[in-house]
Design a protein around this ligand. Structure first.
Ligand SMILES: *Cc1c(COP(=O)(O)O)cnc(C)c1O
Length: 348
């Protein structure tokens, strides 16, 4: 693979003690072009602007998909990846839904590992920090015809990140807008899903909430996700989460948390969860915990859920709560502190 190194590293000018999510980027990026039915020009180049024409397809028709994953360093300074092939699988699922080309394992893994080797100093050696990895694909043909693009660009950029306390999480159960619909693109990590979610989220934030809880588009009766994370509840001693469908994004964190819970002997249910059930569980004191799960923040406890004029306060998570236990266990595997009986981590 062709590697062109930067002549000026930003490393010394990056404040690793004050990282704000997604704002600083490592020195290099991976890029590849799809043309004439094949991927070409795989290379690593200095991170920086790319030049595109105003007629570039993605600006007009939104064929854009992405992934979110992390690289960690263990105590010995070895680089660990967490389930990268699951991200690739999902990227290809997204690609198919958006009528974009898929990427084979060799291209994805060689681009990813070479980039991490070149920028290994950007992966913080700390239990609280990691390198967020953003692979993405855009349509880059230069024509404004409403047909799928004939050429594409795949890139990987990375950003050092820290886990930080974001304050209380107060969610509103959304009953007007929908993030995704049956038969739509909700299961794909499509940029357009996010674009459609910004306005409803902003309206909720204007009313003092941090995020919305998305419900099904048809009747707003069943719970789907919490903002950009999957959602889980502890009702009595059972961990319940919405069953995957084409309007829910199948999170790798969700899948991992469920597997760890089962292994710990916790009863797990993947099924439809109605808003009514949550309200009732709150009223009869069986709703013990609620949290969001996703790569960016791992596991985030929910403090309050508002449904119409009912405020459901959820108790602070104690050290032996499911949330704390599952988060600690997952992070231990990701940082290589505990034996990975699931075979999820990949050492570079
Ligand atoms: C990415 C994403 C998630 C979380 O997926 P992870 O693989 O756990 O990071 C959940 N919901 C939506 C809508 C997402 O885009």
């Amino acid at each position: 693979m062709k590697i062109t190194k930067t002549t000026y590293s930003k490393l010394a000018n990056t404040d690793f003690d004050n990282l704000s999510f997604g704002k600083s980027f490592s020195d290099h990026m991976f890029t590849a072009n799809f043309k004439d039915g094949e991927w070409h020009n795989e290379e690593i180049i200095p991170y920086g602007p790319i030049s595109v024409s105003p007629s570039t397809h993605v600006f007009h028709y939104g064929q854009a998909i992405f992934e979110g994953m992390k690289a960690y360093k263990n105590k010995e300074g070895k680089i660990l990846l967490f389930r990268p092939l699951d991200n690739l699988k999902r990227l290809n699922t997204s690609a198919e839904r958006l009528c974009m080309p898929t990427i084979d394992e060799d291209l994805f893994m060689s681009g990813l590992t070479e980039l991490l080797r070149v920028d290994s100093d950007w992966i913080p050696r700390s239990d609280e920090k990691s390198l967020y990895i953003r692979p993405f694909m855009i349509a880059d043909s230069e024509y404004i015809r409403a047909t799928p693009s004939s050429s594409y660009r795949f890139m990987i950029i990375t950003s050092p990140t820290a886990s930080y306390y974001k304050g209380e999480t107060k969610l509103k159960i959304e009953e007007k807008f929908a993030r995704s619909i049956e038969g739509g693109t909700g299961f794909a990590k499509a940029a357009g899903n996010y674009a459609a979610a910004f306005a409803p989220t902003k309206y909720a934030q204007n009313d003092g909430y941090t995020q919305v809880i998305w419900t099904d588009a048809k009747n707003h009766e069943y719970i789907e996700e919490s903002g950009t994370m999957n959602i889980m509840f502890r009702i009595n001693d059972t961990l319940v989460t919405p069953k995957l469908s084409d309007s829910i994004l199948g999170g790798i964190t969700r899948n991992s948390v469920l597997a760890i819970a089962k292994q710990k002997g916790i009863d797990v249910e993947e099924r439809k969860i109605s808003v009514k059930e949550i309200v009732e569980a709150h009223k009869n004191n069986t709703l013990k915990e609620a949290f969001g799960v996703g790569t960016a923040v791992t596991l985030n406890p929910i403090d309050k859920i508002t449904f119409r004029d009912l405020d459901i306060h959820i108790e602070k998570q104690t050290p032996n709560s499911y949330g704390q236990l599952l988060k600690k266990e997952l992070l231990s595997i990701q940082y290589g502190k505990t034996e990975d009986i699931f075979g999820w981590t990949m050492e570079l």
